[in-house]
Design a protein around this ligand. Structure first.
Ligand code: ZN
Length: 89
């Protein structure tokens, strides 16, 4: 079987390059809503993180998500993202 080359994306939390499908896309919709996009197809500006709470927390703490998505994250939004990550994985 021929292996297709996986596109690599960088996790905004730990900075590691990983195959796109191992990462979760965080997307900012055109309306400015930030959510987790597990399909990778949602419209808007996206950033990638590992499927791990540690990476999400780190990315929030270092403002990497905010920088990548050019958005401010409220405490409420951070909470929602963390909840979605732990519920859906
Ligand atoms: Zn990571």
């Amino acid at each position: 079987m021929k292996k297709r080359k996986m596109p690599l994306r960088k996790c905004v939390g730990c900075g590691e390059q990983k195959p796109k499908r191992e990462l979760i896309r965080i997307v900012r919709s055109p309306e400015g809503e930030v959510s987790l996009d597990r399909t990778g197809k949602a419209p808007g500006r996206g950033a990638y993180i590992c499927d791990q709470e540690a990476c999400l927390l780190r990315a929030i703490k270092t403002n990497a998500i905010q920088r990548a998505l050019q958005v401010e994250l409220s405490q409420e939004q951070v909470k929602i993202l963390l909840e979605r990550l732990s519920n859906e994985s």
